[in-house]
Design a protein around this ligand. Structure first.
Ligand SMILES: [Zn+2]
Ligand SMILES: [Zn+2]
Length: 279
């Protein structure tokens, strides 16, 4: 599988001179499986440039949404394949409380929040809100899910193919103050031995305790998870919009030192737009 990052930022797009290197677009990660299937994790603003590439083909697109916060859905109306006649788009989402039995990606295109109504789109979008794993299996996509510790809920995904694996876990607080959907030990089990772990690492120690309960993890907690779950490559993701390129470079350097000092082979990166990982 080949993983390409199109949006790596959390909360809100953060363009500007201080974010040129890592990028300012919000969450969107494209995975091409060895069997040719196109999977997209989240539909943040990074989805717009991805659309310019996927418009060149007519293959079905499989969108796996973690949850419906703005930074994970805003790219969809600007994703050109949705304006392609008969383009098949499957949207997998475990959302609750949505109207019309559609998902938030389509609901936001209602004429009031976006000028084009989803009902006028020429593409064929199908929302799948239940029995997600079996439906994905029927398309040759092997997925497991876990509930996120995040306000409003949501799901993490673990993708497997040909003995290789990738976990996409964003907007997740590893040690939340309130109700725990998935415990730390369960996360260790879920991520065990994964080749690539992409995990929310929005906060550093000075952000706490003020932002405890906001649904994001400390970089240090994510490093510990990677260590405990014995993963191959850790990708720190969903960067805070206020985090500059130089701060992210420092975070990456410190994280590399952390694993080196532990004497483990785990690689670690801060995700940037354009990063490609061949698993
Ligand atoms: Zn987010
Ligand atoms: Zn969120």
């Amino acid at each position: 599988m080949k993983i390409t990052f199109y949006g790596v930022r959390g909360s809100i797009p953060a363009p500007g001179v201080d974010t040129v290197k890592f990028g300012g677009n919000t969450s969107c990660v494209h995975v091409i499986l060895n069997n040719g299937k196109n999977i997209i994790f989240d539909a943040g603003t990074g989805m717009r440039p991805l659309g310019q590439i996927l418009i060149q083909t007519n293959d079905p697109i499989f969108i796996l949404l973690t949850h419906s916060h703005w930074d994970h859905i805003q790219g969809y109306p600007f994703f050109i394949p949705i304006y392609q006649k008969e383009r098949q788009i499957y949207i997998f989402s475990g959302e609750a409380g949505i109207k019309d039995q559609l998902c938030s990606l389509l609901d936001q295109m209602d004429g009031a929040h976006f000028p084009v109504d989803a009902k006028q789109l020429p593409s064929k979008a199908k929302c799948i809100l239940e029995n997600i794993e079996p439906e994905l299996h029927s398309h040759g996509i092997n997925i497991k899910r876990k509930p996120l510790n995040h306000p409003g809920g949501g799901y993490a995904y673990r993708l497997e193919e040909d003995g290789l694996s990738c976990a996409y876990i964003t907007d997740n607080e590893l040690e939340p103050p309130g109700k725990v959907q998935t415990s730390y030990d369960e996360w260790v089990q879920f991520c065990q031995g994964v080749d690539v772990l992409i995990h929310d690492a929005q906060y550093s120690e000075p952000d706490m305790p003020h932002k405890h309960g906001w649904g994001h993890s400390l970089i240090s907690q994510v490093e510990q998870l990677a260590l405990d779950a014995e993963i191959g490559t850790l990708v720190l993701f969903h960067h805070d919009p206020d985090r500059s390129d130089s701060q992210l470079e420092q975070i990456q350097q410190e994280a590399q030192t952390f694993f080196k000092n532990k004497g483990v082979e785990t690689k670690v990166l801060c995700a940037w737009e354009g990063l490609i990982i061949d698993v």
